[in-house]
Ligand binder design. Structure first.
Ligand code: DGJ
Length: 431
């Protein structure tokens, strides 16, 4: 389906998106953009997301990155920091930031979910800016019928005619006014919707993606279609294999990539990792296949090439380790000579956080972070792909941290791992 798209020149591994591993920006820092969206503007791609912390779920700001290829990202800045007070003041929640450029005014409009830490004071906030990566000014909450919208998960959609929409969990779809600063009407209510709404349009069909309600845990997301935003909307079922828990992710946005005149919807999902969201929560981006009203991501591509839109495995010298431990402090040490190292391991419901670090030949720590090995459904895939270093001798250490992702939802249901296991089956070294 995606064959026939010629590759653009460039080193192969520099064009690969590897899902479920931390990504690094051009400064070597972890890309911190959760509940994200991408817009194309001024010849670049812009990624906006929650600039999470590892220590608390309190709003730490929304970040912005730019890229010319969707793989290599430059950190621009935190475009909306914690406010002095109000809906995004200290000890509040800010999630699912979405940005659109209003075609009529040229202004950039940012919409988001704002809440208290218990998620009992939800609002949809609005911020604006004259430049895409400037300081966004929080205007307040967006209202419908004279009242603030007291809902949490949200998304946005910009139709081909420039009309903007605000999508709300469990059904409402609001049409924005011409200046995108307010709501002009309720366009639809999609019965049967869940959380994390994400919409796109292809060949005259509107697709709406949504997740079930399982806190930070993944579930089998599903979708609806319609030939008009107003509906009728028809529930179509799952778009990933049943039981894969949406390839272990929760939808947040669909970015339509235009390549050689073809429009390719790219699924963007979150693989949350509570409580270490900043370092250990990762992203799952995959091209979606559309055939009429049928939508699917039939296979999980742990790595794929953005140029050819094709599955691609990581290449390099492969070493087998078959190392497993759940004893806090136990370490696997992998000395290597090269530019980059990747580790492949199993994640499952007994897995915990690893502390992964890279040291230079003098023993100086160049990088250290938590890596999440937990997943409800077992999966053998890359868990860590280092940034590119100058070719040299290095040591990779994988340590059992003795911590695991465990959390509870508003009702007190407990989710997450039952043990602290880390498994490294092999490593791949790129020269
Ligand atoms: C699931 C939602 O989809 C997320 O946006 C977030 O609010 C978490 N729940 C919090 O538990």
């Amino acid at each position: 389906m995606f064959l026939g798209i010629p590759a653009i020149a460039g080193r192969d591994n520099e064009s690969i998106i590897t899902n479920g591993v931390p990504w690094f920006d051009s400064d070597g820092n972890i890309i911190n953009a959760h509940g994200a969206c991408i817009i194309e503007d001024g010849g670049k791609y812009w990624l906006f997301g929650e600039y999470k912390s590892d220590n608390s779920n309190a709003f730490p700001g929304f970040g912005c990155y730019s890229s010319s290829d969707l793989v290599n990202w430059k950190f621009e800045r935190v475009v909306l920091p914690v406010q002095k007070d109000g809906i995004l003041g200290p000890d509040r929640v800010g999630e699912r930031v979405k940005v659109m450029r209003c075609p009529k005014t040229g202004e950039y409009i940012m919409l988001m979910h704002a809440d208290n830490l218990k998620y009992t004071d939800p609002h949809i906030g609005i911020a604006v800016c004259d430049s895409i990566n400037g300081d966004y000014r929080l205007l307040g909450t967006i209202e419908y019928d004279g009242k603030p919208i007291k809902n949490w998960d949200m998304g946005t959609f910009q139709d081909d005619d420039g009309t903007g929409y605000l999508l709300i969990h469990h059904g409402p779809v609001y049409r924005l006014s011409d200046d995108y600063r307010s709501i002009s009407a309720k366009a639809a209510h999609i019965d049967g919707m869940g959380e994390s709404p994400a919409m796109f349009r292809k060949n005259g069909i509107y697709f709406m993606l949504t997740s079930n309600l399982t806190s930070w845990e993944r579930n089998d997301n599903y979708y609806f279609t319609a030939t008009s935003i107003e509906g009728p909307w028809e529930k179509r079922g799952l778009f990933c294999p049943e039981g894969s828990l949406t390839h272990n992710s929760q939808c947040t946005f669909v970015f339509t990539l235009t390549r050689n005149g073809e429009k390719i919807p790219i699924y963007m999902g979150d693989r949350w990792s509570y409580p270490r969201q900043a370092s250990a929560a990762t992203y799952v981006w995959l091209p979606m296949q559309v055939n009429g009203t049928s939508l699917s991501i039939p296979e999980y591509w742990s790595s794929w090439n953005i140029n050819g839109i094709r599955k691609q495995t990581l290449s390099g010298e492969t070493k087998i380790h078959d190392w497993t431990s759940d004893k806090k402090g136990e370490k696997l040490r992998i000395p290597f000579h090269g530019k980059r190292i990747s580790i492949i391991g199993e994640s499952n419901s007994q897995s915990g956080y690893a502390l992964v670090s890279i040291k230079d030949k003098e023993g100086k720590i160049l990088h250290s972070q938590y890596v999440d090995f937990y997943s409800k459904v077992p999966d053998l895939s890359p868990r860590y792909v280092s940034r590119l270093y100058p070719e040299d001798d290095y040591m990779l250490e994988v340590e059992v941290s003795g911590e695991n992702p465990v959390w509870s939802d508003k009702k007190g249901n407990v989710f997450g791992s039952k043990d602290f296991f880390i498994n490294v089956s092999k490593s791949i070294i790129e020269k």
